[in-house]
Design a protein around this ligand. Structure first.
Ligand SMILES: [Zn+2]
Length: 121
């Protein structure tokens, strides 16, 4: 369910994110370069919205990005994590993500929602 089927693997995702991200950054006059360097002090928390795992940016509080369990890293394509030098930060998924996905999988996509703090179904 929860759209990991569109996930093409880390390298493809990262290549795409890098190309699109660099373009988006340029438009905002931000000099962002994709980096595998991380900033371990911070993290974001994943939730489900309309069948997608997302995480909100803790820096600009504007960006929300699709995130992947297989590759739990976050770069905001709004502020490009500039506050921490453009480094990526870790995405925390709930321990019982499997149970959450199972409970939602037969609902229509717009009802596949789970927020941080919601009970694990
Ligand atoms: Zn941001």
């Amino acid at each position: 369910m929860i759209k990991d089927d569109g996930y093409l693997g880390f390298e493809t995702w990262w290549d795409m994110a890098s190309i699109l991200g660099v373009e988006a950054a340029k438009k905002q006059m931000i000099n962002w370069q994709p980096t595998l360097e991380s900033y371990p002090q911070d993290k974001v928390y994943a939730y489900i919205n309309h069948g997608r795992w997302l995480a909100d940016c803790i820096y600009c509080k504007t960006g929300a990005e699709v995130v992947f369990k297989d590759d739990p890293w976050f770069v905001c394509f709004h502020c490009f994590n500039q506050i921490v030098g453009g480094k990526r930060i870790q995405v925390k998924f709930p321990n019982k993500w499997n149970q959450i996905e199972k409970a939602l999988e037969n609902l229509p996509e717009n009802q596949q929602n789970w927020n941080i703090g919601d009970l694990i179904p």
